[in-house]
Design a protein around this ligand. Sequence first.
Ligand code: FE2
Ligand code: FE2
Length: 474
Amino acid sequence: MAISYDKIPNNVDLHTNRKVQKALEAWQPDFLDWWMEMGPEGFQQDDIYLRTAISVDSSGWAHYGYVKMPEYRWGIFLAPKQAGRKIGFGDNAEYEAWDQVPGEYRKELRRIIVTQCDTEPASVEQQRLLGKCAPSLYDLRNLFQVNVEEGRHLWAMVHLLHEYFGRDGRDEADEMLQRRSGNADSPRILEAFNKPVEDWLAFFCFAMFMDRDGKYQLGALAESGFDPLARATKFMLTEEAHHLFVGETGVGRAVARTAQVMQENPEADPRQLGIVPLDIIQKYINEWYSGSLDLFGGEDSSNAANYFGAGLKGRFQEMNPKRFTDHQALDGFYELDWVEDGQLRSHQIPMRRAMNLVLRDAYKEDCLRAVKRWNKSLEKAGLEERLYLPSQRFNRHIGVYAHQPFDPQGNFLSEREFDGQTSQWIPTTADLDYVKSLMVSVTKPGEFAGWIAPPAKGLNGQPLNFEYVKFVNA
Ligand SMILES: [Fe+2]
Ligand SMILES: [Fe+2]
């Protein structure tokens, strides 16, 4: 089946690249089948006010207009090449950045790309039913924007696999469309991408915490010595910023609405007021934030050390002198407490082996900033409650704290104390059911569900009552 290359905006010379053309000709119809089967359910024929990247410059990367999602122009873009770029860190520092995959790092690079790539279609699958209970047209459109762009990120990574990894790369690209989030036989690679996102507070937490992990992973890969990977991820980051905005402001709007209604009804039970109680919001934060920490991998990691040493994956903003001046990281240790012989003891991790932690610390700072913002609306409403991030030890499934009984403050409990209290920390079935009961579909332009405040302003200069989604059968 021939592909019209005009429909694939790109800056990778697709029209002259026979090799990638051939690979895409086989892959693209499967992608569309996957999108129809696993993409947003029920809205494929509607007109959505979406942005499309049609070039990498400031005038072209966010082109707005009404599009039906299956006709979205998923493009392939790399950030512009920097002439003479050198590898910035690790044992290969100061060598010229690689335009091809170095044979000795082929396995590692493939693993890095495949792991990142798999999360992109996974998140679309996890979110596929949310459109049916969107709190407004504005939010519905934002969900679809995130979904189509995750689709484009899949394209961007598949392009790397097709262009640089030969036969194995083509096989890996095919498998991206065969695995399914939550499927027992062929699940997505990372555990956190196998659970469905079933309500909008969960979606906002996902975009706030999981997409933000993505920002830091992509940021670390944007430093890579493998230049095409660095350039692909750099461009993905421009789109990712909107996903983070959707998540951070989404949680913030839920908090603001709760604060406002509680201020107006100080004596009432929040569960009777059609808002999400703060204790449930805190439980969502606990669950999604702790899940996102797992995505960074083990605290003490030989993989992380190898990736850094080889120049494949740096730290966040590795080349920003305000953050880092030593790009070797051969000296020094990262001090961390974890349990040994039943007690918390201090350990020293050699710096290169602690790179996951260093990246995670940058991420945590960013999350703390957002929580501070959310707390502003509680403060403004004269409420005493505050939201917080749980300790890095809480509810972990990977790394030195995995499956250990820590509370959200990081205290080491007995198993029995711990089991008795988890329902206070993590959403219970009753909590989830309550939140689901608030999820009503609001489709009138300018109107919002009662549990969430409207955003400060509309999108791309449009008013709040703009028709962000036009339903064909309305
Ligand atoms: Fe993405
Ligand atoms: Fe994203």
